[in-house]
Design a protein around this ligand. Structure first.
Ligand code: AMP
Ligand code: TRP
Length: 332
């Protein structure tokens, strides 16, 4: 059976980008057709300045939202990364496989390190090594497919390179995974700045729709989205990035094609109203189930405990095999 792994970082509240680019497919497709592991990758949230209490809160919220969105523990494994030691155990071996040069070429590292320095923060070493931990997340489970948004494809490419290199040096140990992307909305853009990704850790929030925003807030944010000059509704990401983004969002919510949808609308206002209502309808059940689950944290904890046990059982033999292959003496 195909093995799938993916994760979400608890660095902020989950966004519509997370949902359309990743979570929705995990729920609707991936968990039904494959052996899926979906993780709140909390260690990754420590690569930038963080408040411990906030990370703890966001980790619980992210796990609750994954279940509210429809991940079913009877079909897949939902767990918190730091509960399974194999990730960091394997990460070290992969640090001994990756090169300094290839990590410094990662686009996210370049962008985030520049941003940190500009705001007077130091750049944590883990920001550089972060894609290696991500590779460990994936390779520890002999993963075949990694369903992610477009921004993660470079990291999955690195993961493939590391798997191939390790296998060549030490004998076949890891599967070589591939990234998969949704047909639309693989890169949802900020509503106020259609040139940049809708990111959950951005400071300016007017252009970001959060999964837990209520209907009025969603409507307001979408109605105020930056559009482009001209009046014609057309799907052209190059010359009309704001309108194209709305069309992608609407298409993602209604399982249609952005270019075909463009023909159905004659004004930006009409397109915005339709997009807002489609987003509200998609998020409504998620918010409702979140409220129910959040009232019973014991149930979420039980799912995470069980998930971590299952994940550990899968990762342990793979990481042990990698340790032996690399020349480390078995503990006996
Ligand atoms: P992150 O929020 O960086 O932990 O991302 C979790 C998942 O959501 C990853 O698969 C990302 O590629 C995806 N994702 C995050 N932001 C967006 C976005 N704006 N559009 C599409 N996918 C996204
Ligand atoms: N780096 C991913 C992101 O920022 C999150 C992540 C960590 C991940 N480990 C992963 C995604 C493994 C897929 C598989 O979105």
């Amino acid at each position: 059976m195909t093995r799938i792994f993916s994760g979400v970082k608890p660095t902020g509240h989950l966004t519509l980008g997370n949902y359309l680019g990743a979570v929705r497919r995990w729920v609707e497709v991936d968990q039904h057709r494959a052996d899926g592991l979906f993780s709140v990758v909390d260690l990754h949230a420590l690569t930038v300045e963080h408040d411990p209490a906030r990370v703890r809160r966001l980790s619980r919220q992210a796990a609750t939202l994954l279940l509210a969105a429809g991940l079913d523990p009877a079909l897949c494994t939902v767990f918190v990364q730091s509960h399974v030691d194999e990730h960091t155990r394997l990460s070290y071996l992969l640090e001994c496989t990756a090169t300094d040069g290839e990590l410094r070429r990662m686009i996210q590292y370049k962008e985030k390190s520049v941003r940190a320095l500009a705001s007077g923060e130091s750049v944590r070493f883990s920001l550089l090594s972060y894609p290696v931990l991500m590779a460990a997340d994936i390779l520890a489970y002999r993963t075949d497919e990694v369903p992610v948004g477009e921004d993660q494809t470079q990291h999955v490419e690195l993961t493939r390179d590391l798997a191939v290199r390790f296998n060549q040096r030490y004998g076949h140990t890891f599967s070589v995974p591939k990234a998969t992307q949704p047909p639309v909305a693989a890169r949802v853009m900020d509503l106020q700045d259609p040139a940049s990704k809708m990111g959950k850790s951005h400071d300016a929030t007017a252009g970001i729709v959060y999964l837990l925003d209520d209907a009025d807030v969603v409507r307001k944010k979408i109605m105020r989205a930056v559009t482009d000059s001209g009046q014609e509704v057309a799907y052209d990401p190059e010359t009309k990035p704001g309108v194209a983004n709305l069309l992608e969002i609407l298409a993602g919510c209604t399982a249609q094609e952005p270019a075909a949808l463009a023909e159905a609308y004659t004004s930006y206002g009409e397109l915005k109203r339709a997009t807002a209502e489609a987003v509200i309808e998609v998020l409504r059940p998620v918010r409702e189930r979140h409220a129910v689950l959040a009232a019973d944290p014991g149930e979420v904890d039980a799912v995470l405990k069980d998930g971590a046990e299952r994940a550990r059982g899968m990762a342990r033999p793979v990481v042990d095999a990698a340790y032996r292959a690399a020349g480390l003496l078995p503990a006996g």
